[in-house]
Design a protein around this ligand. Structure first.
Ligand SMILES: N[C@@H](CCC(=O)N[C@@H](CS)C(=O)NCC(=O)O)C(=O)O
Length: 219
């Protein structure tokens, strides 16, 4: 029995969902009560996702993805050769370590009361995107001929990054490889499924957030 604690609105949760869908794994997505002692026992870092698989509890999305590759190796979302696996991991790591600025920039455009160092966030993001422009395979899937964990990291991240594009930001469109990748991957059925799940969770989150703002203003 597999339970994934978290919400589909989180790109870290959705990468695991995407991997599980690609492998045909059945799991239950269970909303996590981050502040509770029960959740903190599962993950003292207080972050989602946390995977529970037959009683084995595991936090950290990338560790979960690698665990699922070990536990359910077919079809492989890592690749067959050491080089292929390294290329996949390089893209995932670049997204995780250098492309998080998308979320801060997006939050700041949605909530003007939020103060961020936009220039620093932008410079950091540009560095990450310039690296992705080199590391991406160039045509088709992100790191290999087939869907891989690199796509599972990029697709949920793109759910948010393309929101910046819709607001007129050219960070994705002015980089030819990235732009080609976005065109390709948004046509994939699994991308549409993941973005649909994320959209539903994101709308629910926004509605709760807005209701909270109204309550705070009235109180
Ligand atoms: N390195 C973690 C990052 C997970 C993460 O940042 N999750 C966010 C949701 S997108 C979270 O749990 N935030 C709750 C909080 O920080 O209180 C992973 O890959 O699992």
């Amino acid at each position: 029995m597999m339970i994934l604690h978290g919400s589909a609105g989180s790109p870290f949760v959705s990468r695991v969902c995407m991997q599980a869908h690609a492998k045909g794994l059945k799991f239950e997505l269970s909303r996590a009560a981050l502040g509770t002692p029960e959740f903190q026992r599962m993950n003292p870092l207080r972050k989602i996702p946390v995977l529970e698989h037959d009683g084995f509890v595991l936090p950290e999305s990338l560790v979960i993805c690698e665990y699922l590759e070990d536990a359910f190796p077919t079809p492989s979302l890592l690749g067959a050769t050491p080089e292929a696996r390294a290329r996949v991991r390089l893209v995932v790591r670049t997204v995780d370590l250098y492309c998080g600025g998308v979320m801060s920039l997006l939050r700041a455009t949605n909530d003007p009361s939020l103060k961020i160092d936009a220039a620093a966030e932008r410079a950091g993001l540009d560095k990450g995107l310039d690296a992705l422009e080199v590391f991406l395979a160039g045509d088709g899937f992100a790191a290999s001929e087939a869907l891989s964990l690199a796509d599972c990291a990029l697709v949920p991240w793109l759910f948010y990054a393309t929101m910046l594009t819709k607001q007129g930001d050219d960070a994705l469109t002015r980089r030819p490889k990235l732009a080609r990748y976005v065109d390709f991957i948004e046509g994939q059925e699994l991308t549409r499924r993941i973005w649909g799940e994320m959209d539903e969770a994101y709308r629910a989150f926004r509605a709760r957030w807005k209701a909270g703002q109204v309550a705070a203003n009235n109180g």
